[in-house]
Design a protein around this ligand. Structure first.
Ligand SMILES: NC(=O)c1ccc[n+]([C@@H]2O[C@H](COP(=O)([O-])OP(=O)(O)OC[C@H]3O[C@@H](n4cnc5c(N)ncnc54)[C@H](OP(=O)(O)O)[C@@H]3O)[C@@H](O)[C@H]2O)c1
Length: 355
């Protein structure tokens, strides 16, 4: 029987924990082998590669880099294209997913599906776990884009608070200010010494966050009025989002809190400092990560003139993309929703509903 193989391309902020997640829970997720591609042989990355391989993942490299990786003591199992061709699912975690699609993925027969991440708009169906699972159709969708961390947050908020159950959304307009961390804690470059405001490049949506969220809802047949702004803050902890949702009906704070508390992918909190949320992740998360889609700060919620909700939330940045990446990869392996849900069980304990 053909082996079930998950192949991850890239070992950065998203790729590294994903390789770890798939190897740690390989058996319970019904995966036979986990392989990964690393592009650049670096002595500073040796410990990371060694640890991922010690957990059971197998290394693939470009042919012209094989010697360099072997000289550093790594056993190279596959050549890059060979690893793609023999995989059941390819999870691209590079900022070059669209480029890789054109160069390789579009022409390979073997894999059932390919995933790329937030920056790769247009790669495939935009997807966030719990928001638009129902639009994925087996056999039809071979390319999925896991939307960015802030897009996960925005779409989950809107779905949880504005979806009326009959497929209708009571949202008139949603505004979001994404206050982004300057860089990831794993990164040394591009730290911002002071708040740095972003341009509104997109006349319709402001920044890519609302634009991407719009396209997630478009897969559900909705055309929502969303607008976002972005500012980078001089922190490495977490992204924070200020939001303002205008409804076409009367709402109450109690109803909004009830909706948030009733959603398995939303964590609510009374903590107002993002370092406390981040620290909770360090103590109770998967290698420091919370896998919930958003963390909504309850004391910040305010209903204004009966039809508008204001509030703040934090984005469990890589955590929410990781959950959707695992869910989508498992869907390619076996699209039965109950089977996906069962195979996600081992990581569910890091999807918190309260922090
Ligand atoms: N950072 C986050 O919190 C976050 C959250 C949600 C989504 N995302 C999305 O995830 C994706 C990756 O972001 P990241 O933050 O993980 O990036 P990152 O930390 O900079 O890592 C990028 C990885 O991609 C590899 N790479 C880059 N170009 C490549 C190419 N042409 N071929 C093969 N490998 C290549 C690099 O390999 P080498 O180092 O070996 O050269 C590195 O391992 C982006 O789409 C981003 O939007 C990121």
């Amino acid at each position: 029987m053909k082996k079930t193989i998950v192949h991850i391309v890239g070992t950065g902020t998203i790729g590294e924990p994903l390789i770890g997640l798939f190897t740690d829970f390989r058996e319970r997720m019904g995966i036979d082998e986990v392989t990964f591609h690393k592009r650049t042989p670096l002595a500073s990355d040796r410990s990371k590669i060694n640890h991922l391989m010690a957990r059971g993942a197998k290394l693939a490299t470009d042919e012209d880099q094989r010697d360099a990786f072997e000289k550093m003591g790594h056993a190279v199992s596959y050549e890059a294209e060979e690893a793609i061709a023999r995989a059941t699912v390819v999870v691209d975690c590079t900022p070059a997913g669209n480029e890789m699609k054109e160069k390789y993925y579009d022409h390979v027969q073997g894999p059932r599906g390919f995933l790329a991440q937030g920056s790769e708009f247009g790669f495939g169906v935009p997807y966030a776990r719990g928001v638009n699972d129902e639009v994925l159709r087996p056999g039809e969708h071979r390319f999925i884009q896991i939307v960015s961390c802030n897009t996960h947050n925005i779409t989950t908020l809107v779905k949880t608070l504005c979806h009326e159950g009959d497929g209708r959304y009571s949202l008139v307009r949603g505004n979001f200010v994404c206050m982004r961390r300057a860089n990831d804690i794993s990164q040394t470059k591009d730290f911002a010494p002071a708040p740095q405001v972003g341009k509104h490049d997109d006349p319709e949506f402001g920044t890519h966050h609302a634009h991407d969220a719009f396209h997630v809802f478009e897969t559900l047949g909705q055309k929502l009025d969303l607008f976002s702004s972005a500012v980078k803050l001089n922190t490495q902890y977490m992204h924070s989002i200020w939001f303002n949702l205008a409804f076409d009906r009367e709402i109450t704070k109690e109803e909004m809190i009830g909706r948030l508390r009733g959603n398995v992918r939303v964590a609510v909190t009374d903590k107002r400092n993002c370092n406390e949320i981040f620290s909770f992740g360090r103590d109770h998360g998967y290698y420091g990560r919370i896998l919930s889609q958003t963390v909504v700060v309850l004391p910040t919620l305010a209903v204004h003139r009966g039809r508008e909700l204001y509030g703040f939330c934090f984005t469990p940045q890589d955590g929410n993309s990781l959950l959707s990446s695992v869910a989508a990869a498992l869907w390619f392996i076996d699209p039965d929703p109950e089977s996906v849900s069962r195979r996600l069980e081992p990581i569910r304990r890091w999807v918190y509903t309260e922090i």
